[in-house]
Design a protein around this ligand. Sequence first.
Ligand SMILES: NC(=O)C1=CN([C@@H]2O[C@H](COP(=O)(O)OP(=O)(O)OC[C@H]3O[C@@H](n4cnc5c(N)ncnc54)[C@H](OP(=O)(O)O)[C@@H]3O)[C@@H](O)[C@H]2O)C=CC1
Ligand SMILES: O=C(CO)COP(=O)(O)O
Length: 325
Amino acid sequence: MRIAVVGGGAWGTALAQVAAQGGETLLWAREPEVAASIADTRENKLFLPGVPLSSAIRPTTDLADLAACEAWLMVTPAQHMRRVLEAAPPSPRALILCSKGIEESSGQLLHQVAREACPDAAVMVLSGPTFAHEVATGLPTALTLAAEIEAEAETVRARLARPAFRIYLSDDVAGAEVGGAVKNVLAIACGVVEGRGLGQNARAALIARGFAEMTRFGLGRGARAETLAGLSGLGDLVLTCSSTSSRNFSLGKGLGQGRPATELMADRRTVAEGAFTAPVLRRLAEQEGVDMPIVAAVDDLLAGRASVDAVLERLLSRPLRTERA
Ligand SMILES: NC(=O)C1=CN([C@@H]2O[C@H](COP(=O)(O)OP(=O)(O)OC[C@H]3O[C@@H](n4cnc5c(N)ncnc54)[C@H](OP(=O)(O)O)[C@@H]3O)[C@@H](O)[C@H]2O)C=CC1
Ligand SMILES: O=C(CO)COP(=O)(O)O
């Protein structure tokens, strides 16, 4: 199975590094600077500096080259995935979604977007606690590959899995996606806790109550509770809520230190998906009557509608209730 990775950011590059252990791997990058950096120096100096890359990674900026590959790993930012798929050659056999987010314009999860754009492909979701720089340097990582058709997922797993890249199969596509999308918003909230110096008790409370929000939202979309409690949900939530290696966490930390979101976003070339997921997730939750107060607080902070102290006061003055509510 010939693999193409679509997206030359940190995660796309790390996934290409894994796939290249099993044979030549195409890596499509939008920017010529990224492809040239990999071709000339065997390093993605823009998005994954300091990691020597395999000679089996073949960079390209030409979407037409994807036609030669049977499986595409989609690693563009969530808001751009539909446009890239529409510009790409006809569907491959397998489309493996590795980005984490919800399409803002449609409110759709990415597997719904992919099915619309590529109705003939077997659509899967690969997600879990996976900082790109750790995967690219071969540190042990475990993640979930969710697909409706298990046989297709088995083929993809056989091609990608390595001893230090452990892939667990699941048939809960929506569940695997919801965890990755929602945790990015919650990681921003945990960064705010850190930046504002609110303490470790507050962070643990936020992870647990944030997980309750993720579960309520996920169950409403047909996700299973055990998927949300697995690698792609709770596992990824714990990772990104605990480390400044997370772009979402570090964005939140800046907000907690009192810097405006516009300034923090303008400073970065890398993507903090939670900033794009927060408004659409809040909108969907309100439409569907799902209580997500932490997500609403992050959305207000990002939009500059409320200060850190105001959202904190709002969260702490909510009525006391049972834990299962
Ligand atoms: N970094 C990580 O550790 C992990 C990231 N993810 C997810 O992977 C996805 C990609 O993140 P990551 O690789 O880290 O990204 P980076 O922040 O490292 O890089 C940004 C990426 O966005 C691409 N990009 C920017 N604008 C456009 C556009 N208009 N159309 C297409 N692509 C565009 C850039 O492509 P180019 O350079 O070609 O312009 C580049 O690949 C996100 O959804 C993220 O949540 C998931 C797991 C781990
Ligand atoms: O999704 C990730 C790890 O699983 C990466 O998180 P950030 O995008 O916050 O860096």
